[in-house]
Ligand binder design. Structure first.
Ligand SMILES: Cc1ncc(COP(=O)(O)O)c(C=O)c1O
Length: 371
């Protein structure tokens, strides 16, 4: 049986007519940059998330960069974040001359351990940047409370958690601003690069819009330093088409996640496959369906031999990466190091069939047996 790690082909087959029609419309009207689909998508997403403003940008990384530019992060300013994330989270802080200050993760969710944040706040701290890893947001109320006590901004890196909810509210609308990614493999993806920033703050929204177009407040009036950070009209058209069945996809992801948990737990109290914890006040949109295993390299090889591709998000936390190691001591985030050695993501997409899922589970149970 052949299983894709993420099945974008079946998704395209299901949405082919609307994707093609929407792209065709863009090709014909010819407004490839800032065409009408950009505004249409921004309105649809803002409404969906419940935020006053959505500003589409050229990627999730650019969303974080523009957010930090709007905050006017200065060289030496500190941003508290997790080391157990994709590099872009810390990379954008460093690109602004800032210093990522790493706080270790909760071992069962792999999200930032909020109880450890306040000890890292200094007079240079400007913001806290939690990440909704694997599609489950961090404890945002607790993060916001710490931020309020110290006058800090909270930037939610929601690249993996678009569509998730926390205490009845949507990811991306849980703090000063939320940044997401429409990278093709994300829960809501386009066919290239794309991203968005959400906020309820009118002044920040204006800043994001200006920074996205080289700091222009009016044509050729460069009020501030910006970037070329627009999302292509064609990519906005793709996301608009994908929104048509996004609620169905979210439900499918939830059901597949629940079924994975049931099938893996049904085999008894397992020490060899541990599941991620989803906190009762939130859900997980399973950007990745990640489990913990020992002897991961061998397990992955055995799975691949059975036609089951896997991935590791992420093998080495940022504080141990050559480009970032200078900012932190190697011992400061032990749980991130352990998670990096044990996490393994299984195939997950809305079109994964029960038969495919059964095959993945059977292959995994076999692969973790002592050989
Ligand atoms: C947590 C996190 N932050 C930021 C990004 C960057 O998003 P993009 O690839 O759209 O630039 C990603 C993408 O993988 C991500 O997973």
């Amino acid at each position: 049986m052949k299983i894709d790690f993420i099945d974008l082909k079946s998704q395209y087959a299901a949405l082919k007519t609307s994707v093609n029609e929407r792209m065709q419309r863009v090709l014909e009207h010819g407004q490839y940059i800032m065409g009408p689909e950009v505004k249409e998508l921004e309105l649809a997403l803002a409404q969906r998330v419940g935020a006053a403003h959505c500003i589409t940008v050229s990627s999730g990384s650019e969303a974080l960069l523009i957010a930090l530019m709007a905050l006017d992060l200065q060289p030496g300013d500190e941003v508290i974040t997790t080391p157990f994330t994709f590099a872009a989270t810390a990379e954008m802080i460093v690109l602004r001359g800032g210093k990522p200050v790493y706080v270790d993760i909760e071992p069962d969710t792999c999200n930032i351990n909020v109880a450890l944040i306040e000890a890292k706040v200094t007079s240079r701290t400007r913001a806290i940047m939690p990440v909704g890893l694997y599609g489950q947001v961090a404890d945002m109320d607790a993060v916001n409370a710490i931020a309020a006590r110290h006058g800090l901004a909270v930037i939610e890196d929601a690249a993996q958690s678009f569509g998730a909810t926390y205490r009845g509210q949507q990811s991306c609308n849980l703090s000063t601003f939320g940044c997401t990614s429409f990278f093709p493999s994300k829960p809501l993806g386009c066919y290239g690069d794309g991203g968005a920033i959400f906020t309820n703050d009118d002044a920040l929204a204006q800043a994001f819009r200006e920074i996205r177009v080289h700091g222009q407040s009016a044509r050729y009036t460069h009020t501030r330093i910006g970037v070329g950070g627009r999302m292509d009209t064609l990519q906005c058209a793709v996301v608009l088409a994908k929104l048509e069945r996004f609620d169905w996809e979210l439900q499918r992801r939830a059901d597949i996640g629940t079924r994975y948990a049931e099938l893996l737990a049904a085999t008894g109290e397992r020490a060899d496959i541990e599941l991620l914890t989803v906190r009762p006040d939130r859900n997980c949109v399973w950007a990745q369906y990640t489990v913990f295993v020992d002897h991961r390299t061998e397990v992955q090889a055995r799975l691949l031999a059975q036609g089951v591709p896997t991935a590791v998000h992420y093998p080495k936390p940022l504080h141990l990466q050559p480009a970032y190691a200078a900012d932190c001591c190697p011992e400061c985030c032990p749980q991130s190091v352990i998670a990096g050695q044990r996490v393994m993501s299984l195939p997950m997409s809305a079109d994964l069939t029960p038969a495919q899922q059964d095959h993945v589970v059977a292959a995994l149970l076999e692969a973790v047996k002592p050989q």
